[in-house]
Each structure stands twice: as C-alpha cells, then as structure tokens.
Design a binder for this molecule. Structure first.
Ligand code: ADP
Ligand code: 5GP
Length: 189
C-alpha cells in the first residue's frame, strides 16, 4: 500500500536532514519530503517551498485558526513549526509515501494520529557532546541557539522509547543504511 507516513525525529543536529537528503538523492524509495511551515527566518541557502514554507507570525497564526495543520509545535520560544494538512494530502493523494522531518513531540503525535499507516524513527546522537560539536561545525546557528538546542536534547532523547525504531547516528553511512532498510521493510509490509 502506498501513501504511508515516515516520521524522522531527533534533537536538532542529530543528522535528520543529512540522512533524509541522502535517501531522497538515491531515489530508490518512492517517497517525497513533507515541507513544513515555520515562522523562523531562512538560513543561508534555504528556499521557500523547498526547505520550508517560510511564514510571517501572522500567516502562521492564520493557518492555526483555519485548522490547517495536522500538528504544530512551538519548538523553540517564539519559533513555530507545523505540518500542513494540504502538504500530506498533496503527496499521499498521488499515491506517494511521505517523509517528515519533525521534532520529537510532533513525531509522537503524528504516529499516534496515523497508527499503522505510519512508522516513527528516532535518530539518536552518540552523545550530547558529539551533538554540540556537530552543531558548532554546521555553523548555521548563533551560539545561543546552539546552547538552546543542546539544552533541549537530553529531554528529547528521553522520548526515544516512544518511537517504533531508534537508529544511532555515529557512523553516517551505517545510519543511512539502517534507516534505508527500516523504511523499505515498512513500505513493503
Ligand atoms: P538535523 O537535521 O537533525 O538538525 P543535520 O543533518 O543538519 O541535523 O546534521 C547536523 C550536522 O552534523 C551537519 O553539519 C552534518 O553534516 C553533521 N553530521 C550528520 N551526521 C553526522 C555523522 N554521523 N558524523 C559526523 N557529522 C555528522
Ligand atoms: P530547524 O530550525 O533546525 O530547521 O528545525 C528545528 C526543529 O523543528 C527540528 O527538530 C525539526 O525536526 C523541527 N520541525 C521541522 N518541521 C516541523 C514540523 O512540521 N512540526 C514539528 N513539530 N517540528 C518540526
């Protein structure tokens, strides 16, 4: 059956985007990326309608009041991220599977909503210190944002047991191939 939901969650910096992009580039799995909406500003190189739908605070609030989201979270103070109902249906109505890169609470909620139609995969860092180092090396966030993300990570890691599968992202190629086989198994089931 097509139109399944693949949820990838983890604290920021654990490698979700890297793993998802590697699998999308390989193109072996029939799945499309769910573009989330957010009110955070774009990072260098990010594009509206590709990485996110970048919205103003007012636009985001309007979507909330129109009940347009499957789920949304205030992931960081004042920073909202949400999965639009229209985005999921755009992809699944065409019979494609959809892959979501969403925060840990969002991941738990979407799995609860879609049940057997969804698989939830938690990406864990080898350690919180390694996570900090990756965020520093990524060099996309100011120091206070990195501190905020690391501080939240330990709390988020405590949600790992609520996910269907946990993959530790130590060796990147190993993590990619584990996620690849989990998704292929789920889609074939
Ligand atoms: P997320 O999407 O979860 O926030 P990213 O995919 O942006 O995380 O990864 C954060 C940073 O860590 C990136 O610079 C990425 O290149 C790097 N990275 C990802 N996986 C590994 C790994 N296994 N070993 C070393 N660096 C990694
Ligand atoms: P970033 O600012 O690094 O792109 O993303 C920050 C966090 O927001 C990440 O954990 C990412 O997975 C999460 N996120 C992105 N889109 C959504 C979404 O639609 N819903 C929820 N709940 N979280 C999201």
């Amino acid at each position: 059956m097509k139109g399944k939901i693949i949820i990838i969650s983890a604290p920021s910096g654990c490698g979700k985007s890297t793993i998802i992009n590697a699998l999308l580039e390989r193109g072996e799995i029939d799945m499309q990326f769910s573009i989330s909406a957010t009110n955070r500003p774009p990072r260098e190189g990010e594009q509206h309608g590709v990485n996110y739908y970048f919205l103003t605070d007012d636009e985001f609030r309007n979507y909330i009041s129109q009940d347009a989201f499957v789920e949304y979270e205030e992931v960081y103070p004042g920073r909202f991220y949400g999965t639009l109902k229209s985005e999921i249906s755009r992809i699944t109505d065409e019979g494609h599977n959809v892959i979501l890169d969403i925060d840990v609470k969002g991941g738990v909620n979407v799995k609860r909503m879609f049940g057997e139609k969804a698989i939830s995969i938690f990406i864990e860092p080898p350690s919180v210190e390694t996570l900090r180092q990756r965020l520093v090396n990524r060099a996309t966030d100011p120091e206070d944002a990195i501190n905020q993300r690391v501080a939240k990570a330990e709390y988020e890691i405590s949600f790992a047991p609520e996910f269907d599968v946990t993959v530790i992202n130590d060796d990147l190629q190993e993590a990619i191939s584990q996620v690849d086989s989990v998704i292929k198994g789920f889609i074939a089931s």
